[in-house]
Design a protein around this ligand. Structure first.
Ligand code: BEZ
Ligand code: FE
Length: 224
């Protein structure tokens, strides 16, 4: 066991965090989430942060695209941010990130501009937000290290259900770290990091022009 944890440590550098990956694939991160947040019925549910969040994403305007270079299926993401009592949270901030269509985050690949598939957006005065992106794809978590050995030893696959990450925050409210999942995805039942929650699954609705718009509202709890 100590040898395995030492190997996990040796796999870490400033871009690779094998310990977060280990915690996530063991289900430990999701267990901590459930213990910390309980069953949330009225506000947006949490799910895991993952190892690829990078603070300081570029600020973008309402409706802008986070895809600086990507040829995936166009997707417009829209919705509102509100408090549990229904009050619109104008000025709320959404920090969103996802992989490019090749299944890699910008932090994993030098070929992508560092701001690719990442952005911070401010909701308008009615709490409405909008951004453009591409339809998220399923991707395999890095399995070339000790975590991959563990998955294979357990007969498990390394795939994550397709998703968009978001951290949503607003004044005097608790921020939420969450995902939007695609209902039409084969890994919803077997996400390798146990991150899927029913309330976070949405329809990416196919349009005649080849785009897949999706709507998702975020609901935040006031601070105690
Ligand atoms: C992610 O969704 O970015 C992620 C989460 C856990 C492990 C690897 C990746
Ligand atoms: Fe992810």
């Amino acid at each position: 066991g100590i040898g395995f944890l030492t190997a996990v440590g040796h796999m870490c550098d400033d871009k690779r965090q094998e310990f977060i990956l280990l915690s996530d694939t063991l289900g430990l991160s999701s267990l901590v989430d459930i213990i910390a947040h309980g069953v949330e019925e009225h506000a947006t549910e949490w799910t895991i942060l993952g190892p690829f969040y990078l603070p300081g994403a570029p600020w973008r305007e309402f409706g802008d695209s986070i895809a600086e270079s990507d040829d995936g299926a166009p997707t417009l993401v829209t919705g509102s941010v509100r408090s549990v009592d229904g009050t619109a949270l104008g000025g709320a901030v959404l920090d969103v990130w996802q992989t490019a269509s090749n299944g890699l985050y910008a932090v994993q690949e030098d070929a992508q501009p560092t701001g690719n598939m990442r952005g911070r957006f401010r909701a308008d005065g009615h709490g409405r937000y909008a951004f453009r992106t591409v339809r998220p794809v399923s991707y395999a978590v890095p399995d070339d290290g000790p975590v991959g050995q563990l998955l294979r030893a357990c007969g498990r696959h390394p795939w994550r259900a397709a998703h968009i990450h978001a951290i949503v925050s607003a004044e005097e409210h608790r921020s939420v770290t969450t995902h939007i999942f695609d209902r039409d995805n084969e890994y919803l039942e077997s996400d390798t990091v146990f991150g899927v929650k029913d309330s976070l699954i949405e329809d990416f609705v196919p349009q005649a022009d080849g785009s897949y718009p999706v709507e998702h509202d975020f609901v935040l709890r006031p601070v105690d």
